[in-house]
Design a protein around this ligand. Structure first.
Ligand code: S3P
Length: 749
């Protein structure tokens, strides 16, 4: 999408493009289409190219040399050098000779080190007016005939600016690229060249080399005749422009040699493994590579090179009204998905998981175990196969384990990592980095673990391995399933029997699933215990739909007249059904059918219809049972008649965001009387208006306000909804299926 305000004057006076190859001519046509320059001037030595470019309207004016137009150029004019990499220095020399220092210059070469060096040599020092650039776009086609105005759309352009002095030049180049649809990022020249050597240059040389090898084999016609999809996929880029790639090979020599050496070493080892029939090695390499490809698949499909600087921000624009009817199978339970990977990895044998939640949180757990050497196949449509390594089979990860946004990952993992022979470090995103970890570090330390946190008790967690853990009897000060699970998982590695007593019932998936893996866990009222030193044996796990995700659609139906929603196969573990109890008490019509037990967990289909809701005092004993569902329950409260009062829920203040404050602020913005208290909230039901609310990067806040749209009088914009992907990646489609009208807007920050 163009950032240029409609009807505004072109931002560039004259856009001069030297070299009308694929990139140059595509930039010319894109700039013309967007009205970004008063005049687009094309420079090429070939008259036929210029004629074609003029005829097809790609440029306004044609010139055969820079010299012929240089005297006209001044501040606000932009010269783009689009010639092959090895020719760029001679064009820079022309620029030096003919251009005023007010004229902005950029280039599009795939290598930056040699270009920057040439510019510095020619000018004496790198000139402020020069902003080196590289659009990561192209195709195996070349020339002005292939010009494509969409070529840069959603593709990354890397600029390697070299100082603060050339701000206005940088701004001009950066705005040009973003206006033709590109995602602009900046990095150092060295970083650029190393990254591109690995991700772009190497694949091209491999493709050229493979095709050339096969082409020189005796009867190569036969080989090519039978070459199928794999060959075609792998070698498409061997049809690229040889001049361009010769230039790149020579211009980025050092970085390319370094990555080629690594690949050649790996080739040698692979050859050895094939020669020796080393099945394990082959299986390891192929699985690791396939998993990495799948893991990065989303990024690769995005076509662009990703980086945190240019992460797109997602907002929801929720239109007022809409139906709430239909049947939706919400994704797999997050708590159980985490635990299935953890226990499956520590078990002996292969565990098959179905219904696994492919959300960012559970994928963070999955990735952590891969980083510790566990082979995990999938996920593919919710199916994961874990090649368990046993309680003592994990390997030291090469780098800190990144837990993203996920409190469950970091807290549960800290327990089982405290018992390992190796050191680990656990890190997370900005939200996780502010969450309290003392609650797990304290009991672990009293078991003998050595575990460091930041001075205020938050991540990163640094766990020193090789400690002998001893069992404890732990009375938990907070009702937290994460703490309980952490201590029990550490207990697997401790001498003796570890017991945990909770002040109120919390979700018991760890206890149930450990039993499913054949490990004895005794539960007596509020105390669970287990004895260390046993073993887990692999099993099959069918993860039911997550009641915490279902809750959004339960409230959707509860607040929308004439609604009727069915949510099949939802987990209704008694420690999770606070949302059902609370909604029923408020007057919602809710029924369960097809109740059954799947792999030790109760499951049912839930049907919910509109009911006139009334405000209630939420019973304190329901708080731990509905701990994740409060954001959306507050929306129900806002639509209810009368006042809803929540107390005893201070835990909500330390979730992915301070959920009491986040919700109170958003509700007030929408015109509801909502008052945060130290341990809860008081909400007076009323008319919901439209407005702009913040999700505070909290998935459940974002989805809760999206549901509010069903009863709002105006449009609601929810800012910062990226983290919905942590627990409910397909939320938008599921919401649309029941009749919500949500538009997703993406912005580059
Ligand atoms: C979870 C426990 C709860 C819950 C979280 C998942 C778990 O956290 O809020 O979303 O899977 O054990 P606390 O243990 O901090 O209450």
């Amino acid at each position: 999408m163009s950032n240029k305000p409609e009807n505004s004057a072109p931002m560039i006076n004259r856009l001069v493009i030297i070299g009308l190859g694929l990139i140059g001519s595509s930039l010319a046509v894109a700039a013309k289409e967007q009205g970004l320059a008063k005049t687009v001037i094309g420079i090429s030595r070939r008259t036929s190219t210029l004629e074609l470019a003029l005829e097809s309207g790609i440029i306004d004016r044609a010139c055969q040399s820079l010299e012929s137009v240089a005297s006209e150029l001044d501040k606000g004019d932009l010269v783009v050098i689009g010639v092959p990499t090895l020719t760029v220095p001679s064009v820079i020399a022309d620029c030096h000779q003919h251009l005023k220092d007010k004229v902005t210059i950029t280039d599009v070469a795939s290598v930056k080190g040699s270009i920057v060096k040439a510019a510095a040599d020619i000018y004496g020092k790198l000139p402020n007016q020069f902003v080196p650039g590289h659009p990561i776009a192209g195709s195996e086609k070349s020339g002005v005939e292939a010009a494509d105005s969409q070529l840069f759309k959603d593709h990354r352009v890397i600029l390697t600016p070299h100082g603060a002095d050339h701000c206005e030049h940088l701004r001009l180049v950066s705005t040009l690229w973003s206006n033709v649809g590109a995602i602009v990022s900046t990095m150092s020249v060295e970083e650029h060249d190393a990254i591109l050597a690995a991700t772009s240059h190497l694949p091209h040389f491999l493709a050229y080399s493979l095709v050339d090898t096969l082409a020189s084999v005796g009867d190569n016609r036969e080989i090519f005749r039978y070459a199928a999809g794999g060959f075609r996929d792998f070698t498409r880029i061997a049809a690229s422009d040889p001049v361009m790639w010769r230039d790149i090979a020579l211009a980025n020599r050092e970085s390319i040699l370094s990555i080629l050496d690594q690949v050649m070493d790996n080739f040698k080892t692979l050859r050895g493994a094939i020669d020796q029939g080393d099945e394990d090695y082959l299986m390891d390499v192929f699985t690791r590579a396939r998993d990495a490809r799948n893991h990065f698949g989303k990024l690769l499909e995005n076509k662009a090179l990703q980086g945190p600087m240019t992460e797109k921000k997602i907002n929801y624009r929720v239109s007022p009204g809409g139906d709430a009817s239909g049947s939706v199978r919400v994704p797999g339970d997050k708590s159980m998905s985490h635990r299935s990977i953890m226990l499956g990895s520590l078990a002996i044998g292969m565990t098959e998981v179905t219904g696994f939640l492919e959300g960012e949180d559970s994928l963070a757990t999955l990735q952590a175990f891969r980083d510790m050497g566990v082979i995990i196949e999938g996920p593919e449509q919710g199916r994961v196969v874990i090649h368990g390594v046993g309680l003592h089979g994990l390997k030291a990860p090469a780098k800190p384990l990144y837990m993203g946004n996920s409190g469950t990952s970091i807290r549960l993992l800290s327990g089982l990592l405290a018992g390992q022979a190796f050191d680990t470090e656990l890190t997370g995103d900005i939200s996780l980095s502010g969450r309290p970890m003392g609650r797990v570090a304290d009991p672990l330390r009293s078991m003998g673990a050595v575990i460091g946190t930041s001075p205020n008790g938050t991540p990163p967690l640094k766990i020193t391995g090789g400690q002998r853990l001893s069992s404890i009897e732990y009375l938990m000060p907070v009702a937290s399933a994460q703490v309980k699970s952490c201590v029990l998982l550490a207990g697997l590695y401790a001498d003796g029997t570890t017991s945990v007593t909770e002040p109120a019932p919390t979700r018991d998936h760890t206890e149930r699933m450990l039993r499913g893996f054949g490990y004895t866990v005794n539960v007596d009222q509020s105390t669970a215990n287990l004895t260390g030193g046993g073993a887990l044996s692999a099993t099959r796990i069918d993860v039911p739909a997550d009641i915490s995700s279902a809750a959004f659609f339960m409230v959707a139906a509860a607040i929308t007249p004439d609604s009727d929603i069915i949510l099949p196969h939802v987990g209704i573990n008694p420690t999770r059904i606070g949302v059902i109890n609370i909604l029923r008490q408020m007057g919602a019509q809710l029924s369960l059918s097809n109740e059954r037990e799947v792999g030790g967990e109760p499951v049912a289909d839930i049907r919910i219809q509109y009911g006139e809701l009334k405000g209630i005092e939420i019973p304190v004993d329901q708080v731990p049972l509905a701990i994740d569902e409060f954001p959306v329950l507050f929306i129900a409260a806002a639509c209810a008649e009368g006042t809803t009062i929540l107390t005893g829920a201070e835990e909500l203040r330390v979730k992915e965001s301070d959920r009491i404050q986040s919700m109170a602020d958003g509700l007030v913005t929408l015109g509801i009387d909502a008052q945060a208290t130290a341990d809860g909230i008081v909400i007076v039901g009323g008319e919901l208006g439209g407005g702009r609310v913040l999700s505070h990067h909290d998935h459940r806040i974002a989805m809760a306000f999206a549901i509010a749209g069903l009863r709002a009088k105006g449009e609601i914009t929810v800012e910062g909804c990226n983290n919905v992907a942590t627990s409910f990646p397909d939320f938008i489609n599921s919401a649309a299926a029941i009749g919500l009208k949500i538009q997703v807007e993406t912005h580059h920050d």
